[in-house]
Design a protein around this ligand. Sequence first.
Ligand code: KG4
Ligand code: ZN
Length: 313
Amino acid sequence: MGYRILAIETSCDETAVACLNGDKVVQSKVFSQIDLHEAFGGVLPEAAARRHLEVLPVLLKDVAKPDLIAVTAGPGLLPALLTGVSVALGLSRGWQVPVMGINHVVAHVAAAALERRIELPVLGLVVSGGHTSFYLIEKWSDPKVLGWTYDDAAGECLDKVGRALGMKYPAGAEIDNLALTIKERVTMPLPLKNEDSFNFSFSGLKTAALKYKGKISNEVLAASLMEAVVNHLLDRIEKVLKKYPYPLVVGGGVSASKFLRQRMHEHFGERVIFPSAQLSTDNADMVAVYAALLLQEGIVPGSCVTPDPNMEQ
Ligand code: KG4
Ligand code: ZN
């Protein structure tokens, strides 16, 4: 039997648990809280934390004692992180097994390692509801941030415009479908056109999109926004690939988008690597596999984890 890792993920509005046995995920559960937060058009941290506390014992009911517990330590919502970390520490003490704190954003990149061998160095791009960042990963234990967003994350921009157009939270998947089916577009600006950096900015696109509201159909508006978000990503990826001639692993909820995947493959072919879509959105499998990769690099797990809502890398 392989080394067994139990992983817990509670950084935002998904309660997730996974068991990795060697290189195989033998159990994976994701409980989405979307119904709870939908009415507010966003995630309420305290409500999320309470729901995590209700759901975790149910998800963990039949889990056997592992060799290691991996838990998301940050970044994320503090009350939400605290629930996962507290439960992980309780289990770690009870079972007398070590615990390892995991970076949620880098774990989105590590997710791809569950489905294929990832040879380092690689570039990572995480496009989610809370983050849009490039990483240079020469070692899993020492990821370097190459760029991030100055304002909104890509998913945040989609969700906010979607909300203004009366769509359900989170709007990303609905907007993605519109971009695939609607061919008509209005023009949108290319953010940071003259800035030679690996950073992002999505708030200008949000403003540009909302200026069209009521003047054109919501469908064309949403499709045009998705196209503009992807164009901005393509522009930055081109820059980063010029400097670093490595494969690019793309993760995070927005990268579940079929439209985004099509465009990225058209532009960069096999240089861009995606995990399957269910591994792009939040899950605990990615937390488990990141812990396994860290162990392979000789990182020694301990007996304590401190949640860090602003964890950078
Ligand atoms: O990674 P994730 O599940 O949670 C965070 O860590 O933020 O990402 C959630 C984001 C939301 O903004 C959601 O609208 C977006 O991912 N999203 C999508 C799709 N599925 C989820 N965006 C575009 N196309 C999709 N299919
Ligand atoms: Zn995420």
